[in-house]
Design a protein around this ligand. Structure first.
Ligand code: ZN
Length: 508
């Protein structure tokens, strides 16, 4: 089949990670981050500091570099992690995508920017529904390539309705742009006539988030094994960690191999990687530091400058996993114990940020946190505070997953509470970038400790200041606690590691 001289490629996307236990996501959440239709997708993807995550810019840049093409922007909706998406917005988006795809036909190919851990209030596999809609319009012979977050929960439908499955390979996610470029390379091959087969294997393991780092550990080794086995017959190996808090029947550590037509090769490789994961199942259990121990370490770091500075991660209240970014357990413990020299961020509390702006710099007042409570973890707490910095919250990410992206945190304030300086923001975002402190004039290098509302992406932003040995993952209550036994699961496949005993798995 001759390759079209200038193929018409549709670009669309739906990307959000949904925590079933968090309040629903609305259209407003997408509008606040990225909601684009038509040519605006291309304009924004080619902008120097786009608001969208980098896979689509990476895809567009690689397609631009590889030769003539006609990109056709369809619709792209992206939000910070949250609760399930209101189903009405999802069907509205599907209708928009369907209408624009039909109007753009005939097409030569499709790129879909997906996440894989979306939910709606009525659907556990919205990516599968989206792919079905797309395939139903473009037909069986038009290549469809999709990219996925490493936390994707993968259904068979998702794998079989597309021609190439391209998942992130790093956590923190620092390869988003590269995976977008890889999706472009895959699409160019498919346009040239290459046919693929895909194989998916799912393990009865729902890994707690903190066990899915890719610098070291069993998950890193599975990914590495896949990359070592890349050969002429293999187009892509994706090992998807999944996102426990979606609580769906498709949850579970999954291996997806896209092969250039050779199903036997794809199957053999998927089995080898899955077996490796199963043989290492005992390593998918979290080890966190109790709160009193963490407070002791922070106190010691504040008192003794000869000790290393420490970074404390509130992994259980991670806005990057649907947490509200406002629980008080760690802040309250640090402040009440008298921790010195600490930076704390970022707390989502629009009311408090607005009040600080009303008062102005250097004002002393009683800061009431969480006067508008959002979950039963978001308890109120009050403390004497002084306004030490104010900002409009507009910034460009400097390092890690937000690098180069335009971000709006809304009105922000830095408040001194005893020896702890806490940054309060008006738009919920995970604390993955040092710029959130730096834009307030705070010097991270001088802090004796820092506490972040982030599960793991802070590692890619704060690595200039804190190496792995300086990071303390604290065990606290919250919507994103890695202690999975604390949640009431209704849809997860059972029995499953780490929730149950006597879990069996066989490849034969
Ligand atoms: Zn992710």
């Amino acid at each position: 089949m001759p390759q079209p001289a200038s193929p018409r490629i549709a670009i669309l996307g739906f990307s959000i990670e949904c925590n079933k236990f968090a309040p629903p996501a609305t259209k407003a959440h997408f509008l606040a981050r990225t909601y684009l239709e038509g040519d605006d997708i291309l304009t924004e993807a080619r902008a120097p500091t786009p608001t969208m995550l980098p896979e689509t810019p990476g895809f567009v840049a690689a397609m631009d570099a590889a030769g003539p093409w006609q990109p056709v922007g369809i619709a792209l909706a992206m939000s910070e992690p949250n609760g399930p998406v209101e189903h009405g917005f999802f069907t509205e988006l599907l209708d928009t995508i369907a209408r624009r795809l039909k109007a753009a036909s005939p097409l030569d190919g499709v790129y879909i920017c997906a996440h894989g851990a979306a939910l709606t209030t009525a659907e556990d596999d919205p990516e599968g529904v989206l792919f079905e809609t797309v395939r139903g319009i473009v037909g069986a012979n038009v290549p469809v390539v999709a990219s996925f977050d490493l936390h994707a929960n993968v259904s068979d439908r998702m794998v079989q309705l597309i021609d190439a499955f391209i998942g992130y390979r790093t956590n923190p996610h620092l390869d988003m742009r590269e995976r977008g470029a890889e999706a472009a390379a895959a699409l160019r091959e498919l346009l040239a006539g290459v046919k693929t087969t895909r194989v998916r294997l799912r393990l009865p393991i729902v890994p707690p988030t903190v066990t899915l780092l890719t610098a070291a550990g069993p998950y890193a080794e599975m990914i590495e094994l896949g990359q070592q086995r890349m050969g002429p017959e293999i187009m892509n190996v994706s090992v998807m960690g999944g996102f426990a808090y979606s609580d769906t029947a498709k949850n579970g550590l999954s291996v997806i191999v896209t092969a250039r037509g050779d199903k036997a090769a794809a199957t053999a490789l998927a089995r080898e990687i899955a077996q490796y994961g199963w043989d290492n199942r005992a390593r998918f259990y979290p080890k966190l530091t109790p709160l009193d121990e963490a407070v002791g370490q922070a106190l010691a770091a504040g008192r003794d400058p000869s000790l290393r500075a420490l970074a404390f991660a509130d992994v259980a209240d991670n806005p990057g996993g649907g947490g509200r970014g406002n629980t008080m357990f760690l802040l309250r413990a640090f402040a009440e114990a008298g921790v010195e020299g600490a930076l704390f961020g970022i707390i989502y509390d629009p009311d408090l940020a607005a009040e600080a702006h009303t008062h102005g710099l250097h004002y002393n007042f009683t800061a009431h946190f969480n006067r508008a409570e959002t979950t039963n973890f978001s308890e109120t707490w009050s403390a004497p505070a002084r306004v030490v910095a104010l900002s409009d919250g507009n910034c460009v990410g400097r390092r890690g997953i937000y690098a180069g992206q335009r971000l709006a945190l809304g009105p922000c304030a830095a408040l001194a509470i005893g020896g702890v300086t806490v940054v309060v923001v008006s738009h919920r975002l995970q604390c993955a970038d040092p710029v959130f402190f730096e834009m307030m004039g705070l010097d991270i290098a001088k802090a004796r400790s820092i506490a972040v509302k982030s599960r793991g992406h802070f590692r890619g932003g704060f690595d200039e200041f804190f190496g792995p040995a300086q990071i303390v993952e604290v065990d606290l209550p919250g919507l994103t606690s890695p202690m999975l036994k604390r949640f009431e699961w209704t849809r997860l496949p059972r029995p499953v590691i780490p929730l149950d005993e006597g879990v069996a798995f066989s490849l034969s």
